[in-house]
Ligand binder design. Structure first.
Ligand SMILES: Cc1ncc(COP(=O)(O)O)c(C=O)c1O
Length: 432
């Protein structure tokens, strides 16, 4: 690996002075690029005040202010925040709090989680269990808690030609209802899903109406809805929370990545009033915790990131640059013989690569096309996030793009040019 030696806006500079345009924000993290002076100043100032104080003894100002900022903008019903150090930790907290909620309200028989195939929720054991990516789960299967997986909402692959988007969305959402009925409604804790699927499928948004139906099904059976916005949240899709665009509010939501933009490690679990009250009026204590939760320096960084996004009106910029990126991607790859789908929302875009555009047949997994694209992109001076196993954890390849919110038109051109060269070069390589 080259050594990351310095940052310059949306670029990372290696030890030899070579510049890489960060078109994936690492893994959808660096939404303000790599040298934002306001965020760096906020971290230094916090270090001068108090770097760390354990939350069993003290609260701290940046944590309180960050929680207020998040709640103020959160979907209806979300009123409380539980801080963590990253996405997996936030998911673990969600799973445990969901289980504890049912103990508090006298339904201790609930023990099942339902999630979706091809989702990614993190690499710790609970998060891996709800995740639906076979390649990541397989070898740890005997250690994983009981989870059940239904189909993702993946219209490019799974919508039948005779189905409207709405009919397709209803069909896959109804799989959740069938699974709840199969397990027995009184035994299910929660349904966990990424509103826009990121790492494992390449920026796959739901079809219209899908999440509203999911919300209705959860409500009908008293099952909690946990939305994982670790990757797609915090403005990435053009609204602060991705689920705003689907017209639903979850019972709990996890965020991380763009929350601190990589300036410090931080994640959070956003919790609804109903769940908070059940714990408060019940045992009074969430049986969980980590040493570094609510870390003052991490919260100061995230607070500064969120203030910059608001003050510089960066969500409007995400929408504007997102449209521009989408249209340039469609121009460059829309008719490409080996790009089957160009998709996503805001500055969260994906390309799905295919051996044959008509049949949608994928490339052989053994060719590891995604590895070749990544290597060629790095040679070109471009960071993107290609991955294999798009379809079922084994077959299929995609490239995920998640550039910083501060990019300009010239960066969009650079992304599309360099990505085009990397994709064409890698395909020529596997073609012989
Ligand atoms: C949707 C989603 N959830 C959870 C995680 C896990 O986050 P972390 O790697 O910070 O533990 C990720 C990481 O890519 C993610 O994309």
């Amino acid at each position: 690996m080259p050594v990351a030696a310095a940052g310059d806006g949306p670029y990372i500079i290696d030890g030899e002075g070579k510049r890489y345009l960060d078109a994936s924000g690492g893994a959808a993290v660096s939404c303000l690029g790599h040298s934002h002076p306001t965020v760096i100043r906020a971290i230094k100032d916090q270090l001068d005040r108090i770097p760390y104080a354990h939350t069993a003894f003290f609260t701290n100002t940046p944590m309180e202010e960050l929680a207020d900022t998040l709640v103020e903008q959160a979907p209806e019903g979300i009123e409380w925040v539980y801080f963590a150090c990253g996405g997996s930790e936030a998911i673990e907290a969600a799973l445990k709090l969901a289980r504890q909620y049912f103990l508090e309200i006298g339904e201790p028989q609930r023990s099942h989680f339902i999630a979706r195939r091809q989702s990614y929720h993190g690499n710790t054991l609970g998060a891996l269990a709800v995740g639906g990516n076979q390649w990541r789960r397989r070898q740890f299967e005997p250690l994983l808690i009981k989870t059940h997986h239904v189909s993702p909402c993946y219209a490019y692959r799974d919508r039948r030609p005779d189905e409207s988007e709405e009919d397709y969305g209803r069909r896959v959402a109804d799989e959740l209802e069938a699974k709840i009925q199969e397990l027995g409604a009184e035994s299910v804790i929660a349904f966990v899903a990424e509103p826009v699927v990121g790492a494992t499928a390449g920026a796959v948004p739901p079809v219209p109406g899908y999440y509203r139906r999911i919300r209705d099904i959860c409500d009908r059976y008293g099952v909690l809805l946990i939305l994982d916005e670790v990757m797609c949240g915090m403005g990435r899709t053009g609204t602060l929370f991705a689920c705003e665009q689907d017209g639903v509010a979850p019972d709990m939501m996890t965020i991380a990545k763009g929350l601190g933009a990589g300036y410090q490690p931080i994640g959070a679990l956003l919790v609804s009033r109903r769940i908070y009250r059940a714990v408060r009026e019940g045992s009074g204590f969430f049986q969980h915790g980590h040493t570094y939760m609510g870390h003052p320096t991490a919260c100061a960084a995230a607070l500064a990131v969120q203030r910059v996004i608001r003050e510089d009106d960066l969500l409007a910029r995400v929408r504007e640059m997102g449209e521009l990126l989408a249209s340039r991607l469609h121009e460059r790859f829309g008719q490409h013989p080996h790009v089957g789908d160009v998709r996503g929302r805001g500055l969260f875009r994906g390309l799905e690569l295919v051996a044959n555009r008509e049949s949608k047949e994928p490339f052989e997994p053994e060719l590891a096309l995604h590895v070749r694209i990544k290597r060629r992109a790095m040679d070109e001076g471009l960071m993107c996030y290609p991955m294999g196993g798009t379809i079922d954890g084994r077959s299929g390849n995609h490239v995920l793009l998640a550039p910083p919110f501060i990019i300009e038109e010239r960066h969009v051109d650079e992304i599309v040019d360099k990505l085009g060269a990397a994709v064409d070069g890698a395909i020529a390589e596997v073609a012989g």
